[in-house]
Unconditional design. Sequence first.
Length: 372
Amino acid sequence: MHIGIDARLPYYQKGGISQYTLHLLPALAAADHTNRYTVYHMGKDGDDYVPNGANFARKNLQTPCHHRVERWSLGAEIMLSGRPDILHSPDFIPPKFGAKRYVITVHDLNFFHFPQFLTAESLRYYAGQIKDAVMQADHISADSHHSRKDVIEMLDVPPEKITTVHLSVNPLYQQAYSAELVDQTLRELNLPRGFILAVGTLEPRKNYGMLVEAYAQLRQAYKIDVPLVLVGRKGWLVDDLLAKIEASGVAEHIIQLEGIFDEKLAHLYHAAGVLVTPSHYEGFGLPGLEALNCGCPIILSDRGSLPEIAGDAGKQLGPDDPAEWAHAIAQVLHDSDMRQEMITKGYAHAATFSWQTAAEKTLAIYEMVNGQ
């Protein structure tokens, strides 16, 4: 079986969907030494995402991601480069043609639940094409049971056509780090231990405006004197959030960091007092799972896939009440017994997610589709 995997997106950005692609590839190489794989790259991408394995090869393409004629030009390029039996599109939308059969990954349906939180271009690409994509796909992989249920109910997809394949984390978050390395990163960033951490693009869906209100109440009502650290790039409608921070009365204690990834982000998880994820919606919620692997307690909203990913290891709240969030954060920071119980449960729950399992389930999808 010849399997093609679209890995063009990491040329443009390394977060989210790209992380899924970049970690699934080596796991597939470890699980499958028989089938032939072509990993499609942007031709000008200087990085190589082909894992070690004689049955994996790179093919350079020129079609840019999310271009208006992408589905036709990408199909033509793939067809001309040797038509694969299966084409896996990790970024929702497959080309119109080019392969014999198609597998797509649908990470969430955020663009239907909260269209006001997306740019017009993102809405055009995802919301405007997803119905056709799921109809064309021979099978669909979903990151969570919640996302699978959404696809079945909102896009009228037969349940047998979609399989949940839980993701895992970058193995860097499963490593132990010395206190010296963690302290070195804290010194570089001028951070104390025990801060409140939030990880993700600064955009309305993340609900950071509510978090800023909760943090202001936390400092006033509970006398908590640690910074709130927001790690993530500035995204859509960020000016509204920045204005809210400036008007909060606690702006000097809110730290915004960009470009923090891999080992340095792992150091922050190890040093933080708690990770907070108050999102209105998440299709998976990777920062929560990263934090659990690093022994960091998590408080998260009860929306989307977050409860499923956190299990009984995280404290779950509705996303709208700043006072409730302030109280919960104070509890986790002050109650050492609760904190230790959350950490212990977190390590156990995190161990149930692995890229090996994700690769085995994905390979089973390829084999099922090829046999149809």
